[in-house]
Design a protein around this ligand. Structure first.
Ligand code: COA
Length: 352
């Protein structure tokens, strides 16, 4: 019998078969449909990875999606005081009512949600352009041309965030899929799970952490204090990896290359020192969220869009899992280890 005491949070529990992603706990590697994350980050575009995730193979020439949709006016009506994460959850739910006849909801959502989000933020219907999602996102956000370096930085970040096995939000998506519920409901659940600070919300908090320090020495002093007070350092640690997150080196290199052109490049030294201290003190390593925070900062992306960008990328992995779950479905319904009282005598209301 597996007790929650030994294995809280389903740690080390294999919860199902999947041929989408191998999060290699023993050699700290990551494979998506058999391709290493290093190769994908080096050579693929995010659109190719989306195709790979949805179709299970690399696209051939001319197979990438080139369609276009119009942004529905109704998306702009979501209250402006909502957070971008709340907007995304609401927008996906709304899409489920507007696109009832859409034959490929995953592709439509992945290709149009970035523009829908920015249209809502700017309160004007933006053009849904073809081609690179990273390029369109940056250019619609900043209303100016992005450089090839900026576009590739965001493109690689989207690749790194696209898929990561049975993480919390993906497991939510699969659980909802397993009831044979609809795609939009599953994605809404995934967004809700991802929003939390222990999951996708960590990148925004990592930014707050790094940004509060004026120098690497100050960071070292404060991090040591925080650790002595048992404060959790956001952007560090991982449930599956034990010595490193293979995605972190890739995003760290990008952060370093963007730092050289930034006026606040000392933030890279701050982050690097936090990494050294965390390893020295706790043998904890940065996860993808830590240096992503700096990359997004140097791409002039507002902090409130850090976690939404994770969603816009992870939609691809969630969609692959939704399809896989429903194509060979078994209802996900585990057992709990009951720790409450038994055989309670019933006490009538007037006697309580
Ligand atoms: N900062 C400080 N200590 C940390 C830590 C962190 N980021 N992550 C884990 N630890 C410590 C815990 O305090 C705990 O110490 P203890 O045994 O002395 O109490 C130990 O490491 C185990 O932590 P636990 O939370 O039980 O491990 P987990 O597998 O459940 O946690 C995470 C995984 C990701 C939730 C956790 O590392 C974390 O909260 N990280 C920060 C949030 C984050 O970056 N999330 C994005 C994940 S990709």
């Amino acid at each position: 019998m597996i007790t929650t005491k030994k294995r809280g949070g389903l740690a080390n529990v294999v919860a199902g078969d999947s041929n989408i992603c191998l999060c290699g706990a023993t050699d700290e590697s990551l494979l998506i449909r058999g391709y290493s994350i290093e190769d994908l980050a080096q050579s693929a575009t995010f659109e190719e990875v989306v195709f790979l995730l949805l179709a299970g193979r690399l696209p051939k020439r001319g197979e990438l999606f080139e369609g276009s949709y119009e942004v529905d006016e109704l998306f702009l009506k979501v209250p402006q005081n909502a957070s971008p994460m709340d907007f995304l959850r609401t927008a996906v739910s709304l899409a489920g009512t507007l696109w009832a006849d859409e034959p490929n909801p995953a592709l439509r959502l992945i290709t149009s949600l970035p523009t829908i989000l920015l249209s809502w933020m700017k309160q004007k219907k933006l053009p849904l352009k073809r081609g690179s999602i990273a390029k369109n996102f940056l250019e619609l956000l900043h209303e100016k041309e992005a450089t090839a370096k900026q576009i590739r930085a965001l493109d690689i970040s989207l690749i790194l965030y696209s898929e990561h096995e049975f993480n919390a939000s993906t497991f939510v998506v699969r659980t909802i899929a397993s009831t044979m519920s609809d795609y939009y409901s599953a994605i809404c659940g995934g967004i809700g799970a991802l929003a939390g600070p222990l999951h996708g919300g960590a990148n925004e908090r990592a930014y707050d952490l790094i940004h509060q320090f004026k120098s690497a020495d100050e960071a070292e002093k404060k991090i040591l204090e925080m650790l002595s007070q048992k404060i959790r350092i956001m952007g560090f640690g991982h449930r599956v990896y034990t010595t490193k997150d293979p995605r972190s080196d890739i995003i760290k290199n990008i952060a370093q290359s963007l730092a050289s052109a930034a006026s606040d490049s000392y933030l890279f030294e701050v982050a690097n020192r936090i990494e050294e201290v965390m390893w020295h003190e706790k043998m904890l390593f940065p996860n993808l969220d830590f240096y992503s925070a700096l990359v997004y900062h140097w791409l002039d992306i507002p902090k409130s869009l850090f976690t939404p960008l994770f969603v816009l990328s992870r939609l691809s992995g969630w969609s692959a899992h939704f399809i896989e779950q429903q194509s060979n479905n078994k209802l996900i319904r585990p057992l709990s280890n009951y720790t409450g009282p038994k055989h309670q005598p019933w006490i009538p209301l007037e006697e309580r």
